[in-house]
Design a protein around this ligand. Structure first.
Ligand SMILES: [Zn+2]
Length: 334
C-alpha cells in the first residue's frame, strides 16, 4: 500500500466537488417520515411550546398540515393522537372510529393518495392512568390484555385506510397479536412497523407535552415506563426484542430514540435483512433548537450532521420532525 508522501488523504477532501464524489448523502425525502399530532376539536393549529415549529392539529386541518410536507416530496407521515372521548382502563377510545387519528387517516388518503400513512398504535394517550396497558387491580400492567387492545387499535386504523401501523407499547407478543388480527380481518397487506427497540429515554419529554401522555401515579405502579420499555443499559435485551419482532411478523424494525442510539441502529441492521427505521425523537429535535437559540451552533449544520449520523449507522427510513423542513436543510430533490 502507498504511504505518505505519495498517499495523501487530503486529495479526496480538497474541493466541494471531490468531497461530493465520495461522501454519503442523507436519503431523499421519499425515505423520510414526518411524525405529527392529532388533537380533538376543530380548527386547531397549536404550536407545541417545547417543540418550536411543530404543532398539534385537529383532524379537519390535517391536510393543511401535511400539504407542505408532501410538496417537499416526503414519503410518509406517522400519526399520533388524543381524543376527548372518555378515558378508561383499557384505552377503548383508541379504537373508536370517531377519534381524531381515524378521521385524519381518511382525510389524508383522500387528499394525498400517494402519501404513505402510518399510525402509532398505543393506549397511553387513551387510558385513564397514562400507561401503555390496562392495569390489573394490583396496579401492574396486563400484558396479554394490552395485546388484545392494541390489535383492536391497529384494526381500526387499518379499516380507516392506514397503510401501516406501528405498535409502540412494548408489550410482549404485540407484533404477533396484531399480525394475526390484521390477517384474520382481511388486512394482510397492512405494513407492520415494530418499535423494536424503544428505549426508556429521557428524550421523550417534549413529546409528552404534545401528546399529554405522561403516566400518572397509580398505587403500586411507578409513574414511568421502565417496567416495559427497553433499558438503555441492556443492549442485548433490546436486540433480542428486535429479533422477536422480526419472528412475529414485523415488516420493518425501528430504533427509538436515534441520535443517542446510533450503535443500536447499526447493531439491529447487522442482524436483519428487514429495513431499519430510526426515530429521531422530540428531545433530540428540541435540543438542537435550544443549542441554536443559545447561539452555540448553527441549526442547519446541527441537523445535517445529526441526520447523516443516522444514515451512517444504517437507517433506511428517517422518522424525524425535521421532515417538515426537508428543503431548507437538504435542498430540493428531483
Ligand atoms: Zn404508550
Amino acid at each position: 500500500m502507498n504511504a505518505y508522501p505519495d498517499l495523501r488523504l487530503r486529495r479526496v477532501r480538497r474541493t466541494p466537488g471531490i468531497r461530493a464524489m465520495f461522501d454519503l448523502e442523507v436519503p431523499g425525502p421519499a425515505k423520510w417520515c414526518w411524525p405529527t399530532f392529532l388533537v380533538p376539536g376543530s380548527g386547531v393549529r397549536r404550536e407545541i411550546p417545547s417543540m418550536p415549529g411543530q404543532f398539534q392539529w385537529s383532524a379537519d386541518r390535517i391536510c393543511e398540515a401535511v400539504e407542505p410536507v408532501v410538496r417537499q416530496g416526503v414519503g410518509s407521515v406517522l400519526l399520533f393522537g388524543q381524543s376527548d372521548l372518555p378515558k378508561d382502563n383499557g384505552g377503548s377510545a383508541a379504537w373508536d372510529d370517531r377519534a381524531p387519528v381515524q378521521q385524519a387517516i381518511r382525510s389524508l388518503k383522500r387528499a394525498f393518495p400517494g402519501l404513505t400513512v402510518l399510525t402509532d398504535v398505543c393506549l397511553c394517550a387513551y387510558t385513564s392512568h397514562g400507561h401503555c396497558a390496562p392495569l390489573r387491580p394490583d396496579g401492574s400492567p396486563d400484558n396479554d390484555a394490552a395485546c388484545a387492545c392494541l390489535a383492536k387499535v391497529a384494526l381500526s386504523h387499518a379499516a380507516a385506510g392506514a397503510d401501516g401501523v406501528a405498535p409502540s407499547a412494548m408489550m410482549d407478543g404485540q407484533i404477533a397479536a396484531i399480525r394475526a388480527a390484521l390477517r384474520e380481518e382481511g388486512f394482510e397487506e397492512t405494513l407492520l412497523m415494530a418499535y423494536s427497540t424503544k428505549f426508556c429515554s429521557a428524550c421523550y419529554g417534549p413529546f409528552r407535552d404534545a401528546e399529554g401522555s405522561a403516566p400518572r401515579p397509580v398505587p403500586g405502579m411507578p409513574a414511568d415506563r421502565k417496567g416495559y420499555q427497553a433499558s438503555f443499559a441492556n443492549p442485548r435485551n433490546a436486540l433480542l426484542e428486535s429479533a422477536l419482532d422480526e419472528q412475529e411478523g414485523a415488516d420493518l424494525l425501528m430504533v427509538k430514540p436515534a441520535l443517542f442510539y446510533t450503535d443500536m441502529i447499526a447493531a439491529v441492521k447487522a442482524r436483519t435483512l428487514l429495513p431499519v427505521a430510526a426515530y429521531n425523537v422530540s428531545g433530540e429535535y428540541s435540543m438542537l433548537i435550544a443549542t441554536a437559540r443559545a447561539g452555540w451552533g448553527d441549526l442547519g449544520d446541527l441537523v445535517r450532521e445529526g441526520t447523516l449520523a443516522l444514515t451512517r449507522a444504517g437507517a433506511d427510513l428517517i422518522i424525524s420532525y425535521w421532515a417538515s423542513r426537508y428543503e431548507e436543510f437538504f435542498g430540493k430533490r428531483a
